[in-house]
Ligand binder design. Sequence first.
Ligand code: FAD
Ligand code: NAI
Length: 470
Amino acid sequence: MAPKRKVVVIGAGPAGYVCGIRLAQLGQDVTVVEKQYWGGTCLNVGCIPSKALIAAGTLLDKIKHAQVMGITTQGVDLDVNKLVEWKTGIVGKLTGGVHGLLKNYGSKVIMGTAKIVDKNTVQVTGGDGDQTLKCDDIVIATGSEPINIPGFTCDEDNVWSSTGALTPEEIPGHLLVIGGGYIGLELGMMYRKLGSEVTVLEGTPGALPGQERDCVKVIERSLKKMGIKLVTEAFAQGWADKGGKKVVTYKGKKGEQTIECDQILSTVGRRPYSEGLGLESVGLTVTKQGFLEVSKQMRTSVPNIYAVGDIAGQPMLAHKGSHEGLVAAAVIAGKDEEYDARCVPAVIFTSPEMSSVGLTEDQCKEKGLNYRTGQFPFAASGRAMTLQETDGFVKIISDADTDEVLGVHMVGPEVTELIAEAALAIEMGATVEDISRTIHAHPTLPESMMEAAEAVHGTAVHIYQKPKKK
Ligand code: FAD
Ligand code: NAI
């Protein structure tokens, strides 16, 4: 058996803690150093708390719109403190679980800020006390932080980043969101459901740049239906306090304009975080965007230093980081492993939800691929009707020559769950016919995936498709 390697993992987000657990499972001598919170951004101020509040907002909205099913409710109210307390409880359970799992598997855990001194030495300060760790390998998993744009420094009081928005003391009267990407739309829609008036300023010509445009159209319609104002090609310039109100100036299609609001939420993207990490001491440099470049084995240009998660490149998603953490752990433990995932699914918890995996239609066009598409609307799904959620569709893009699935894009009820089948299909090189020949249980939402596959071939049963001319 190969001797145990001494490994220091810096950062305990979904990339770092997963790597730490797997290293311990593989019998390595691992120490995980975390400066702020076990579970990182994801568990503390990201994926989990945001989804808790979004679930509450969705429930409140459903209750308010339940009359159509004959359910009338009175005195429906929101206790913001209780909501935040409930969310904090979930975060506490999960972060405690991560810390406990690391320890149970035999990983050492140290609270403190890590700095690389040389390729085999990490200095830890603060937290559990200053100490020097000697090691064979280092895994950098330091994540990312919100970007601040000029005029809008996130002080979490007047100007929230997502972190401030996840611990409200009250629901703002009018929330102005800068940036109509993942966080802006997820949290903007959530606040609308909790009672805020919401305006979103987005710099590009449409919401969610880079996502499948057919799906985004459904989201943009939904924003309108919900009463959320989306102002596109609008760049916020600055803000001033005028009698307790915040007046935000932005440059839009009609020149410079102002808008009055009670709270500003800035969600213009995140950037990789490596401040004070001592990269220079080992000759590591970051790209223009701040990422560390890695090989398929997750090694940086210094072979015994690995990087995983948000710091290691796009997409900055928790599950991509965790997967990279598993790869790095296996490589360190001497396994012949590399990052060779064919696709990374993306899930957006808007209303309706959106999810996507593989190539978009725009990307197929750019690559000059011979592709075809099939689409099945949830309006034709019995299950969607019983859920009273018929907006949206499943769209499959396939290689016209080989029938292989190239991309699947969904918008509609529970599509953040449905995308798993599509990811498996792409990962396994499945054809559209494989999906259409798989019996899907009735009545369920995944039947829409099967019908979309049939639609690619013009044979969907539950929508009318004009027969193709022979
Ligand atoms: P992080 O989770 O950022 O963890 C890095 C850790 O390193 C931190 O705990 C930090 O304190 C620590 N650290 C940094 N420097 C040092 C140092 N020098 N010494 C010691 N410790 C250090 N992704 C999804 O996939 N799905 C979602 O639904 C989703 N929702 C999100 C919602 C919000 C509001 C936000 C902000 C993000 C969301 N994300 C989501 C993105 C997701 O949170 C990140 O992709 C993920 O957390 C990245 O994991 P990571 O381990 O690379 O970094
Ligand atoms: P984002 O990149 O998704 O969106 C930022 C938006 O701000 C873009 O639409 C961009 O065009 C716009 N923008 C940038 N500068 C602007 C300006 N000056 N004025 C107006 N608009 C401007 O970034 P976001 O929402 O901050 O999220 C960061 C990352 O966190 C995401 O990219 C994603 O990787 C991750 N995330 C994932 C979630 C999920 O998986 N469900 C949820 C939330 C975040």
